[in-house]
Write a protein that binds this ligand. Structure first.
Ligand SMILES: [Zn+2]
Length: 202
């Protein structure tokens, strides 16, 4: 048995009904200055609520369960496993607008490996929630560390925050980079350099 990671985002309790959520969208449409009763907007509240089911699908996914099936037949493979350029679509918890970017997820196996697509699923499970990038980066790394117990975990995320590009300071093209290094990636500068070179950030 492995230890469960701490600090899971709690699933909100007492969810409103779909009708209540659609009514809230009509309120926001009026707040924007438009008329929710005009033809073009009639189905918008239902569409927005369905979109929210996709945008925030991560609340219904248990990232720990995604990593629990592992493989031990690795012929002694003990080098870095890296999944690069995972498309990242998340949502800023301060403005509820998209954070779009790429995630790179690496680990150094101790003796077990996981199906590579599962790393992308873990990224998605945490990304499809309201987030800040720092917390997202840490949650992905901490979960892989806790469940796989590898010799090291490295997560690097580069993204553009639409709350910066389309409002506020309007910094188009500015990207935010965060990383979390655990185990050998934290303790050993050579291993960390090797990872950064593989990612293409030396
Ligand atoms: Zn924001």
């Amino acid at each position: 048995m492995v230890a469960k990671p701490l600090a899971e985002t709690p699933i909100p309790i007492a969810r409103p009904s779909r009708a209540e959520a659609e009514a809230a969208v009509r309120t926001l449409l009026r707040w924007a200055g438009d008329d929710p009763a005009r033809e073009g907007l009639l189905d918008t509240p239902a569409r927005v609520v369905r979109s929210y089911e996709e945008f925030f699908a991560g609340y219904a996914v248990d990232p720990v369960a995604l990593l629990e099936r592992t493989f031990a037949e690795t012929e002694g493979y003990d080098e870095i496993v890296l999944l690069k350029d995972i498309r990242l679509e998340s949502y800023c918890e301060h403005h509820m607008v998209p954070i779009i970017g790429r995630a790179h997820v690496a680990y150094l196996p101790s003796n077990r490996v996981v199906g590579i697509s599962k790393l992308a699923r873990v990224v998605n499970a945490y990304a499809k929630r309201l987030q800040i990038q720092e917390k997202l980066t840490a949650q992905i790394a901490n979960t892989i560390e806790a469940v796989l117990q590898p010799r090291g975990v490295g997560v690097v995320i580069e993204s553009e925050h639409q709350c910066m590009t389309t409002r506020g300071v309007h910094q188009h093209g500015a990207s935010m980079v965060t990383s979390r290094m655990l185990g050998v990636f934290r303790d050993d500068a050579n291993t960390r350099r090797e990872l950064m070179a593989l990612i293409g950030r030396s």
